[in-house]
Design a protein around this ligand. Structure first.
Ligand code: AGP
Length: 612
């Protein structure tokens, strides 16, 4: 998730831009850059890979005096982290920074190249710069050129644009990516998020999707991109502290990231669902149709939360693509000399893309001749670099050590992979595919409803059971990995002993743990395993367990048989994990918060595990 900062005023721009970018560091980035209209009448760009201090060193060595400029921290989405892919991007007199994903970038690139554009980077952003440049060449001023260009773009963006020919202004626009404006005395600012602007002004204007604005020293004038009509957006006074602002007002990053999941799924699905043909655009999967048909077996390799996503993915691959699938803990796969080779597809699932066990396991599989596909959230990280292809999740940087939004995004990619394979292998017909694709498209709204609609009830339950010594999570089928994930989340951040169990296994041992002091959280959506789960629930009730059901809306049996029910809407069976996991994440969060543990940095844990 990139960061944008802009300033037009009378103070020096470079220190303001660097300071703003520093305040956006929490969003994660791999390179940074600024563009400044210099006092000498030039529009200069400086970019550097890595931390902001690298950019700062360059600016110290060759200062850029000037009072109008834009800055950017890049979190790679198209093209690896490198200086050439870093923002700002330049085309003739035009300079652009961008946050988001341009969906029609492939068609746009082809069109621009046909018109003679020389495109230096792998990014979708540089295409925007060239497109605006062509409009300027056609005789438009900066504002009109940006408006005309934006009308040709599909996808999510927040952009800020400078032109060498109009040094007194910044043109910005927003569609589905955040952008806020700041109003000062003789200065106007823009930023991806409030913290970037807080030291300079507390007078903020929040653009709406489809808005663009021209920022000058005097003011910011906002218009609609499609009609050109002028609109008034109310000025708001922000009295948050910087720390509160980084977390968008949430107490912890984890809580923010739980709430960001609908957006993470939207971004991950964007440009990949082919709703017209009930299919998935699979060019990133790196397989031909013939390869897809020839796969003998899939191995899913992962650790921790990603392993739970992989376990869910096995159901998808077996049910939808009808491919025998093995899920392996990456650390157990190695050293066992697994029987694997050409004809096998290995999918390495990792949020960080750097987990050493997953990396080494994928390397071993590759050496044995298997094709390796990475599902990772960090572009250009080690596992995608090693893999034959990378099918990235676009959850944005995850700051909380406990993975939440990356898990949901991994589920989305595993389901899309299964749909793509199922279509090619003839195991998924058009109607079945259409149901899944349409169901996926509806998910973000349903996820938002579940998070907002259940959080208070979940917080109450967490308060009631916060001192429980043990907690059991039970589920069958697709809900089994989610039960494991619920238990892992609780252990990680609240240090409460928790176990996830296949509900049918309970009577083979763990039932001995149940008594009136043990909360038992039963995942019981209306699916093919429902009746059997209901029997297991009754076994727990008979031992006086405190049963909380995560059940489908309107499930009367759940209401009757459990102490408390958290409801999720009825969705296709394959989509239930996306919804059932949400109250479990919230439960772990609230228990930890009541206990006062360090939610975002739990003891002994690291976000990226690079030791074996
Ligand atoms: C998730 O909450 C954990 N912090 C941990 O289990 C994590 O999922 C595991 O270390 C794997 O990480 P990865 O997805 O980056 O490979």
């Amino acid at each position: 998730m990139c960061g944008i900062v802009g300033h037009v005023g009378s103070e020096q721009a470079a220190p303001i831009l660097l300071d703003g970018l520093r305040r956006l560091e929490y969003r994660g980035y791999d390179s940074a850059g600024v563009a400044i209209h210099t006092d000498g009448g030039e529009l200069k760009v400086v970019r550097a890979v890595g931390k902001l201090r690298n950019l700062e060193a360059q600016l110290n060595a060759s200062p850029l005096p000037g009072t109008v400029g834009i800055g950017h921290t890049r979190w790679a989405t198209h093209g690896r982290p490198s200086e050439v892919n870093a923002h700002p991007h330049v085309a003739g007199p035009i300079v652009v920074v961008h946050n988001g994903i341009i969906e029609n970038h492939l068609a746009l690139r082809a069109r621009l190249e046909e018109r003679g554009a020389k495109i230096a980077s792998d990014t979708d952003t540089e295409l925007v710069a060239h497109l605006v440049h062509f409009k300027v060449k056609d005789g438009l001023d900066l504002e009109s050129a940006v408006r005309a260009a934006l009308r040709e773009l599909h996808g999510a963006y927040a952009i800020a644009v400078l032109s060498k020919n109009e040094p007194d202004r910044i043109v910005v626009a927003k569609s589905s990516s955040p952008l806020v404006l700041g109003l000062g005395d003789g200065a106007t600012y823009c930023g991806s998020d409030i913290p970037a602007l807080l030291p300079y002004t507390r007078r903020m204007v929040f653009l709406e999707d489809g808005d663009m604005a021209v920022l000058t020293r005097e003011d910011a004038s906002v218009t609609r991109i499609d009609t050109g009509e002028k609109v008034e957006r109310a000025e708001k006074h922000i009295d948050w502290s910087s720390v509160m602002a980084e977390k968008a007002g949430f107490k912890h990053f984890m809580l923010k990231e739980i709430h960001e999941q609908p957006r993470a799924i939207e971004d991950t699905l964007r440009g990949r669902l082919d709703r017209e043909n009930a299919d998935v655009h699979g060019h990133e999967i790196g397989l031909s149709d013939a390869d897809a048909k020839a796969i003998q077996r899939v191995y899913l390799l992962a650790c921790g939360t990603s392993h739970h996503a992989a376990m869910t993915g096995r159901y998808y691959l077996e049910q939808i693509a009808k491919i025998p699938t093995t899920v392996e803990l990456a650390s157990e796969f190695r050293g066992r000399d697994p029987i694997i080779g050409p004809g096998d597809l290995v999918v390495a699932v990792s949020q960080s893309g750097e987990t050493i066990d997953t990396l080494m396991a994928a390397r071993e599989a590759k050496e044995k001749g298997a094709k390796v596909l990475a599902i990772a959230n960090v572009i250009g990280s080690a596992i995608p670099r090693l893999a034959d292809a990378a099918f990235y999740t676009h959850a944005g940087p995850e700051i909380g050590v406990a993975s939440t939004k990356c898990f949901s995004a991994q589920l989305a990619n595993l389901l899309m992979l299964s749909i793509w394979l199922g279509r090619r292998r003839g195991t998924l017909d058009t109607n079945g595919a259409r149901e899944l694709v349409e169901g996926l498209a509806k998910l973000p709204v349903q996820m938002r409803d579940v998070v907002i609609g259940t959080r208070q009830l979940v917080a109450n339950l967490a308060k009631r059971y916060r001192d429980a010594r043990d907690v059991l999570f039970l589920g069958r089928g697709l809900s089994f990995p989610i039960a494991l994930e619920g238990a892992l989340k609780l252990k990680e951040i609240s240090y409460v002993h928790a176990e996830g169990y296949a509900a049918g296994e309970m009577k083979h041992g763990p039932i001995a743990l149940i008594d009136s002091a043990v909360p038992v959280i039963v995942l019981m959506p209306k699916d093919r395993w429902y009746d059997k789960t209901l029997s297991n629930l009754q076994e727990a009730m008979a031992r006086e367990g405190q049963v909380i059901g995560i059940a489908t809306e309107g499930d009367e049996a759940a209401q009757r048989l459990t102490q408390d029910v958290i409801e999720i809407p009825a969705v296709l069976e394959a989509l239930t994990p996306f919804l059932t996991v949400l109250p479990l994440q919230l439960y772990a969060y609230y228990v930890a918060d009541f206990k006062g543990t360090d939610v975002d940095q739990p003891r002994n844990l690291a976000k990226t595990v690079t030791v074996e």
